[in-house]
Design a binder for this molecule. Structure first.
Ligand SMILES: [Cu+2]
Length: 175
């Protein structure tokens, strides 16, 4: 990354500052959706495949208190996210994802990893490293280990702009 690009990105960020204030990465993992789990506590593995623009399976069943190991595979041609949260959390995250697209961090089927690592000032970066989600390029696969706590309104969703609206979310059903 050369200096002029960096300056441009920083300038663009300050313009988007009001959007960012709606919810920065790292603050949205409240107890409503559960908490990061330990692999040793996971009795079950669920493989979730991501396509353009839907999940397979489209819903999952969990028990309150259960820890699940998710193996998330992107089988589509676009960048996709697997994110566990409430509808309100997803809505907040969609604003951040929009910014990632505007800044060229998400480019259709590719992620700009250099840009994601870049320090934007004020401790902000475009890193996508929340424990409740993974953001994957086509062909990539990663794990999310999550402990579902109390029964609540939780979905797994892709917050890449337009994908949630196209139906790329699934229900977490408690039983
Ligand atoms: Cu998607």
């Amino acid at each position: 990354m050369n200096t002029s690009k960096l300056v441009m990105a920083a300038a663009a960020l300050s313009i988007s500052g009001t959007v960012l204030a709606g919810g920065t990465h790292g603050d949205g993992n409240s107890a409503v959706s559960g908490e990061p789990g330990k692999a040793s506590d996971a009795a079950r593995t669920i493989t979730v495949e991501m396509y353009d623009n839907y999940y397979d399976p489209e819903s999952i069943e969990v028990k309150p208190g259960e820890t699940v190991r998710f193996v998330v595979e992107n089988k589509g041609n676009l960048v996709h996210e697997f994110n566990i949260g409430t509808p309100a959390m997803h809505e907040g995250h969609q604003k951040e994802m929009m910014m990632m697209v505007e800044h060229g961090v998400i480019q259709g089927g590719k992620l700009n990893h250099d840009m994601m690592e870049m320090d934007m000032g004020d401790g902000q970066s475009m890193k996508h490293d929340d424990p409740n989600s993974v953001l994957l390029e086509p062909g990539q696969s990663e794990e999310v280990i999550w402990t579902f706590t109390d029964k609540s309104n939780i979905e797994f969703a892709c917050n890449v702009p337009g994908h949630y609206q196209a139906g790329m979310y699934g229900e977490v059903n408690f039983n």
